[in-house]
Design a protein around this ligand. Structure first.
Ligand code: NDP
Ligand code: MG
Length: 392
């Protein structure tokens, strides 16, 4: 059964990996969804292709240069081109939008995620950094406005599916957050300092943006996801067990008091959680290949190695300390990952820079979004200084 009128969808970060997958699912269901707004940042050519294909009402670009470039590529069109970060929040909160897919990478996605939450939208949250930076404020905004927050991160989407439909904590003993372990799962510690950005972004199971691919390789992604899970489901770090599962077939699990464990399985394809969020509570087709239960299907498990991958431990420390420390860690990590991708840092420096930035800034009680954006800015400066000192 399709809804009476198509849901009007806004996809922020449409040109990225999650954005492209979201448009793929939307295109399969023209009777259910109408794409009314998209945004891009640097990839204006892809944004132009998407605009031609979907003819949304609004397209958001970062600056006037991008606007001119897009106008030149498009020629005369009916789409309105809006400019700047404020425009992202504006379209996310527009009364002419029902559903917002937050698929911008990094804390740059926070303001628009919050705007969608405050405006009471169905918020499909891929941008985990929003929750890491401002989990308390974002969850409160959702509760106050009656917004519907559905996690798109595959693990959190799996946990959402495995929790009881009502009384969502009833009988739950713990949550099992699965981790592929990334491309360096079996790389000896002594070799980690020499791995290259190209090796780090070559994830064994998932095709994703560069930043999250490096985070997966360092296990920072699992650390960010631990923090994300705590906010989404009202958990403490002690309620979450991180389990290495290299095949990425089980996307996460919930352990119950009676000994039952409920898991969500599927081929590693982001279109599955995206379709779940778009269609909820109904199930719709996503285009993902069905999981084959044959002798090639292997499910293996291990414990994470916090010695070789200290970023996971840093995230555990940050959420345990609370306040602004997760914001500091996230900002330091965005800076260190960018420097690593730019070949200005080694892989094992990522954790060092993140830790030193946390040590130098410490934590404060959270008071407002403005304060968190200020902390984010300050932590970026400190991380940049730490990188300079290290390479001097
Ligand atoms: P990508 O790097 O592929 O895409 C990021 C998107 O954000 C692009 O549209 C990019 O525009 C845009 N963008 C980048 N910087 C800015 C900025 N400063 N302001 C506004 N827009 C910006 O990332 P992914 O799609 O891989 O990830 C998106 C989010 O989803 C991340 O938070 C990630 O952690 C999360 N996620 C991703 C998964 C995946 O499979 N990829 C899985 C689970 C979660 P442009 O490309 O035009 O420059
Ligand atoms: Mg994930």
């Amino acid at each position: 059964m399709s809804p009476a009128r198509p849901q009007r969808v806004c996809v922020l970060g449409a040109t990225g990996s999650v954005g492209v997958n979201t448009l793929d699912v939307i295109e399969r269901h023209p009777d259910r969804f109408e794409l009314v707004a998209i945004s891009g940042h640097r990839n204006i050519e892809r944004l132009a292709q998407q605009t031609r294909a979907f003819q949304p009402r609004w397209v958001v670009v970062p600056d006037d240069e991008a606007r001119h470039q897009l106008q030149d590529l498009l020629g005369p069109v009916t789409t309105d081109i809006l400019v700047g970060e404020a425009a992202l929040a504006e379209v996310a909160a527009s009364p002419d939008v029902d559903v917002v897919m937050a698929a911008i990478v990094g804390s740059a996605g926070l303001t628009s995620s919050l705007a969608a939450a405050r405006a009471g939208k169905r918020l499909l949250l891929a941008n985990k950094e929003s929750l890491v930076v401002a989990g308390d404020l974002l969850m409160r905004a959702v509760a106050e406005s009656g917004a519907q927050l559905l996690p798109i991160d595959s693990e959190h989407n799996a946990i959402f599916q495995c929790l009881p439909a009502e009384h969502r904590r009833q009988g739950v003993a713990s949550v099992l957050l699965t981790a592929s372990g990334g491309p360096f799962l079996h790389t000896p510690a002594a070799q980690l300092a020499r791995v290259t950005p190209a090796q780090a972004v070559a994830h064994p199971n998932w095709s994703m943006g560069a930043k999250i691919s490096v985070d997966s390789a360092s296990l920072m992604n699992k650390g960010l996801e631990l923090i994300e899970a705590c906010w989404l489901f009202g958990l403490t770090p002690a309620d979450v067990e991180v389990v290495v599962h290299p095949e990425s077939i089980i996307h996460s699990m919930v352990r119950y008091l009676d000994g039952s464990v409920i898991a969500q399985l599927g081929t590693p394809d982001m279109r599955t959680p995206i379709a779940y969020g778009l269609g909820y509570p109904e199930r719709i087709t996503s285009g993902s290949a069905p999981l084959a239960f044959d002798p090639t299907l292997k499910l293996t498990f291990d414990q994470p190695d916090r010695q070789r991958f200290p970023c996971l431990r840093l995230a555990e420390e940050a959420i345990a300390a609370g306040g602004t420390l997760p914001t500091v860690l996230n900002a330091a990590n965005e800076v260190s990952v960018a420097a690593f991708l730019d070949e200005r840092l080694g892989f094992t420096d990522l954790a060092r820079i993140n830790e030193q930035t946390m040590d130098r800034l410490g934590t404060m009680a959270v008071s407002s979004v403005e304060q968190l954006l200020e902390v984010d800015h300050r932590a970026r400066q400190v991380a940049t200084t730490v990188i300079k000192e290290m390479s001097a």
